[in-house]
Design a protein around this ligand. Sequence first.
Ligand SMILES: Cc1ncc(COP(=O)(O)O)c(C=O)c1O
Length: 414
Amino acid sequence: MEKLALFGGSKTKTTPFGVGKRFGEEEKQEVLEVLDSDILFYVFGTKVREMEAKMRGMYGMKHCNGCSSGTAAVHIALGSLQLPPGKEVITSAITDMGTLTGILYQCLIPRFADIDPETYNMDPAEVRKLVNSKTGAIVAVHHAGLPAEIEELKSIAAEHGLPLVEDCAQAWYTHYKGQLCGTFADISAFSLNHFKLITSGSGGMVLTNRDDLEEVVKLFIDKCYFRDGRKRNPYFLAPNYQMTELQGAVAKVQLDRIAVIVRERNELGMRLIRGLESIPGVIPQHVPEGREHSFFLLVVRVDPRVIQATVAQFCEALDAEGIPCEPNKITGGMATYLYDIFRNRSAFPGSAFPFVSRDLGSDISYPKGLCARAELAFEQTFNFNISEFYSTDDIDDMILATEKVAHYYRVKNV
Ligand SMILES: Cc1ncc(COP(=O)(O)O)c(C=O)c1O
């Protein structure tokens, strides 16, 4: 058996991974134009507006608004629904805090649906179980860049007369049965943070076809200030989530790049999945028929029935082989509801509001074991990062190293 690099054997990856630059002359030009214009404020500038128009065209949606982050985008989406405090919002047990922040700021109560153990997306059957008379909305998350079961989630929402929000932070330009994620829901949110497929450093976007929501979205981004000549007189609580012209300028060009980035990541990622599928004990995220995975990440399960190593040991060995690998770190290595803020019900200082409130009639807690499949996923999975700059050789090295490590631990104690 080949000795693992971890134990002094030779390393699988001997060549550097492909790298590249995310920004080019086009971004530079746009940013310089903004500076030359002497205007960074979106109301007086043109770049945010141009970026929004481009996004509307690409997605075939009626309204797009740029904002300051993905967290802001989800908050704006929820704010636009104008749900009364105390309503429950159902979302996935595995997601970024950015999905939850806006829920809590709106004094809404998150309810976590367990995941499908093969796709790691929210299981619609679990969503059904959580719907009740207090439910106010469903937030679908396209986790890791793999489309959620969005048609079924849409049906559940329609059956119960609930609005559906799509959190597309990790799923830029990703198709579900040929239709872009972000075009199914009443309103959808995107992130342009540093780690996302395209970026403006920080930034976000909100898409909707609903005129009634659009009206509130615009106000929610901007302190409930009218920017159309109407007299200033805020009538509800709204933060300032403005996107600057600099962000708009960069995001506008980044939108031109996204189709190619997703195509390249998809080709590389699917090659990786095919390679991993033939390794006993290693189970890559399942991509159901008709779903396009844009590979923000790839989730990989190490089957404990076959591999005699913890995920941490497996990753350590892969790292030593020259393949960067992290135990499922994306959400801090735990189901989202296991964060202290939920376990301790400490969203606001000195109070368990809105989780516990006589006024809202709420008393919700988030015990360990709440979503068993999500918790198990964190014990058994790790993530591979895929970059559009990787070569097919890089991917093949990742497969080879995984096979080497799996082989070692598969046979070791048998
Ligand atoms: C699913 C999801 N939603 C929301 C966010 C929040 O986006 P941002 O970091 O731009 O605030 C993220 C970011 O990681 C995310 O992955």
